[in-house]
Ligand binder design. Structure first.
Ligand code: UD1
Length: 427
């Protein structure tokens, strides 16, 4: 298995191109199921999760064709075409590896009238049930059956009908499934307490480009007027705000200065204000965001919550940064119940972090020391890379496959701005 080896202590300066957003890609790809015409996605990141999602769609009958990007463009261009749906089943083997597979439920149901998806089960960062996804589909008339570890959704004979979906709690994935199911339903659907994450707006804009009629973008109430059919479209995946935020933390933790090319300020308000409160100087323009630090990190008090508040997907990276702050920080996780798996690993590197229920008390220390470490999820792994960039000596981050799920060309991007980082293979 691969490892990432980092020799810490180098100040990072330069430009890092920000890739297309993983979480946007994973909800834009299943839109291809909604039409028999081609959907071309530009700026798609090269990530293990994107490949896995492509394989899942192939099994359902979607052809996927990859072309290189145009000059000056990052990422890949993929054309997806679901001329006919050949299967409506997302099997256990794929769903267990990639929870986002649940996002085929809504579009399959809308296009084929039924969908069977393996229940995702628990995952490293908590229970993650899918009850909200199912309630949304039921509100559009679907019948839901649960059997043998699978959920089966069936549309009524005349197809799905519009309705009111009132989410009792904010869920990104359930809002996405609701949108993808409602676009082809008869009549009007109103989604209340919808998630407002920028990836939801990206999804709604792509669906509208395919002929859907969704209004209320960027708000918590989305109105969808159902249409008879959708057509093909070409759409460019938004830049990854979590990747950008992670590299912003790399600038901070090394006292460096990084230009995050392509990053969009409006998609990361709480991340940027957190960085500013910690002492970063942030400049933004049409081409991206520049984050500069002087080496000092001020402590923060932050709580994760749905957009526009501070994202849970940045909690681990901020914790790594704050482990070197001049004082004590308090981080509270309100989205996932078990998202502190990086804490013992950061402590092994010399951090002083104590978990108290849903909060973590981070007492800033003078320095971190390199160590062999491993993490159980994507963002936790990135927090260890960040700690390694600032630590004295060598850090080896194991289980690199987590990083490959969500960070495109990680070592290459960090090497280009001065990091001493490389990948080594044990086998
Ligand atoms: C998405 C993101 C993930 C991010 C998360 C929160 C993708 C592929 N993943 O995950 O990176 O961390 O949003 O911003 O986009 N919940 C229920 N019932 C449900 C669904 C969710 O109780 O049916 C709970 C979850 O357990 C969690 C909370 O709602 O506590 C938020 O989860 P949700 O927004 O659905 O996250 P995902 O869409 O899975």
């Amino acid at each position: 298995m691969d490892r990432i080896i980092i020799k810490g202590g180098r100040r990072l300066t330069g430009r890092i191109p920000i890739s297309g957003a993983k979480n946007a890609a994973l909800t834009l790809m299943p839109c291809a199921l909604l039409t028999d015409e081609p959907l071309t996605l530009r700026n798609l990141p090269r990530l293990a999760d994107v490949d896995s999602f492509g394989h899942l769609l192939n099994q359902l009958g979607v052809s996927t064709m990859i072309e290189g990007a145009r000059q000056g463009e990052f990422g890949r261009v993929m054309t997806l075409r679901a001329s006919t749906i050949v299967s409506t089943v997302a099997p256990y083997d794929i769903v267990r590896k990639m929870r986002a597979s649940i996002l085929v439920l809504g579009p399959l149901l809308a296009r084929a009238g039924e969908a069977t998806v393996s229940l995702p089960g628990g995952c490293a960062i908590g229970n993650r049930p899918i009850d909200l996804h199912l309630k949304a589909l039921q509100a559009l008339g679907a019948e839901i059956e649960l059997a043998a570890g699978y959920v089966r959704a069936i549309a009524p004979a005349g197809g799905l009908t519009g309705g009111t979906i009132r989410f009792p709690a904010v869920s990104v994935g359930a809002t996405e499934n609701a949108l993808m199911a409602a676009v082809l339903a008869k009549g009007t659907t109103v989604v209340e307490n919808a998630a407002r994450e920028p990836e939801i707006t990206d999804l709604a804009m792509c669906l509208n480009a395919m002929g859907a009629r969704i209004s209320g973008l960027r708000t918590d109430t989305l109105t969808i007027e159902g249409v008879d059919r959708l057509h093909g479209a070409t759409y460019s995946v938004m830049p990854d705000r979590i990747e950008a935020g992670s590299y912003a933390c790399a600038a901070m933790i090394t006292g460096g200065s990084l230009e995050l090319v392509g990053a969009r300020r409006e998609t990361m308000p709480a991340i940027l204000s957190g960085l500013e409160d910690a002492g970063a100087v942030i400049e933004s323009g049409d081409n991206g965001i520049k984050v500069s630090a002087d080496g000092g990190i001020k402590p923060l008090s932050l709580s994760t919550a749905p957009f526009p508040a501070f994202p849970t997907d940045m909690q681990a990276q901020f914790m790594a940064m704050l482990s070197l702050a001049e004082g004590t920080s308090l981080l509270t996780e309100t989205i996932f119940e078990n998202r502190y798996m990086h804490v013992p690993e950061l402590n092994r590197m010399g951090a002083d972090i104590e978990v108290r229920g849903r909060s973590a008390v981070v007492r800033g220390v003078g320095h971190l020391v390199g160590a062999p470490v491993m993490a159980t999820d994507l963002r936790a792994s990135m927090s260890l890379v960040l700690a390694g960039l600032a630590a004295e000596g060598e850090t080896q981050v194991h289980r690199v496959y987590h990083l490959d799920r969500g960070y495109e060309r990680l070592e290459e991007k960090l090497q280009a701005v001065g990091a001493d980082i490389e990948r080594a293979s044990d086998g």
